[in-house]
Ligand binder design. Structure first.
Ligand code: SF4
Length: 344
């Protein structure tokens, strides 16, 4: 079987090239073609000798995603539906905001985490994406951008739990941050997790280039494990203890995301509870009023309740931003991504 070059790290690509009896530095040239210039064939790689290109055609391939639909919302958000080679589909969302162009990337086809407020979770899990499929979302979206547009930030908050697909995700993150890849600084890459504690520790210890966001959504064990089944496997107290102990780089803070749901986790008491349990953790809060959608039984809180919640946190000294998810009109907002997984 032909090896997909986008599934290889720089070291793996160097080994492949060395195995063909060629100079290892050719791997760097190839990487620039794959990501910087979005090459889709070996013929385009004109600074490689013809002989090497012919050798590559025999041993390797360059993957791409099939762009099935692109929907545009009035606020400028674009939602891409991509077809994978095995028939699964994933969604990727491009969000323009205050001079930034943020790409929200999927890391799995479906998701096994089953968070109750999320449509992706309700659709079940098909499989992990390969690192090539994760990176191809950036490559294909970039190809369609205007001359003045450039993706400035990537967030791993699309379909799937990134840390449940650790090896492929961290390999892709290395290429996103590399000058041979997309050259994004770690400040511009955010990985969001439900809180898989062992993988979180590993991510920070291995200095994987990304910032960490944790989907928290409750101030008590009872409510958290009701909303997020993972809360039973990794209790809230253990998650918070792990956060306190993470050796974060200086001045870096964890972002806690909190989907506000009417009558479930949006009371003033919940906010006060949060100010207690987050003590001693370098963090900031993102509040996300629920995006209501068919298939999800919960309601979005009144704006008054959202502002009251924010006020309690701010008065306790926590930087707290209300994130209005973009792209609600095209079901591209947080928790609304579905794609289609085989068999569903
Ligand atoms: S919120 Fe994230 S982790 Fe939870 S089910 Fe949805 S996609 Fe999976």
């Amino acid at each position: 079987m032909l090896v997909n070059l986008k599934d290889l790290s720089l070291e793996e690509l160097e080994a492949l090239i060395a195995g063909l009896g060629k100079e290892r530095y050719r791997a760097r040239q190839i990487m620039k073609w794959l990501y910087g210039r979005g090459a889709s064939s070996f013929e385009e790689m004109t600074d490689l000798a013809k002989e090497l290109r012919a050798e590559l055609v025999r041993t390797a391939r360059i993957s791409s995603l099939e762009s099935l639909t692109i929907e545009r919302s009035g606020d400028g958000t674009r939602k891409y539906l991509f077809g994978l080679e095995d028939g699964n589909q994933v969604e990727t969302v491009l969000i323009p905001d205050e001079g930034r162009l943020t790409l929200c990337i999927s890391t799995q086809a479906g998701c096994a985490m089953g968070c109750r407020f999320c449509l992706t979770g309700a659709g079940g899990f098909a499989r992990d994406l390969t690192s090539g499929e994760i990176l191809d979302q950036i490559v294909v979206v970039t190809r369609g951008l205007g001359p003045d547009e450039r993706i400035s930030n990537c967030v791993l908050m699309g379909m799937g739990e990134p840390l449940a697909n650790y090896d492929s995700v961290t390999k892709a993150l290395g290429i996103m941050a590399s000058d041979l890849g997309f050259g994004l600084s770690r400040r511009r890459i955010t990985l969001s997790t439900v809180g898989l504690i062992p993988q979180m520790k590993r991510l920070v210890a291995e200095r994987v280039p990304c910032r960490l966001a944790i989907s928290l959504n409750a101030s008590t064990q009872k409510v958290r494990s009701y909303l997020m089944p993972i809360g039973s496997r990794y209790p809230l107290s253990a998650l918070l203890a792990a956060c306190r102990a993470l050796p974060l780089p200086p001045r870096e803070r964890i972002t806690f995301e909190y989907v506000l749901i009417q009558g479930v986790n949006d009371s003033e008491g919940d906010a006060r509870g949060l100010t207690q349990i987050l003590r001693g953790i370098r963090c900031k809060m993102n509040l996300i009023p629920l995006n209501e959608c068919p298939g999800i039984a919960f309601r979005r809180p009144q704006e008054k309740a959202v502002l009251r919640f924010q006020k309690v946190l701010m008065e306790a000294g926590y930087t707290t931003i209300i994130r209005e998810s973009r792209g609600g009109a095209i079901s591209a907002a947080c928790g609304q991504l579905q794609g289609r997984i085989r068999g569903s």
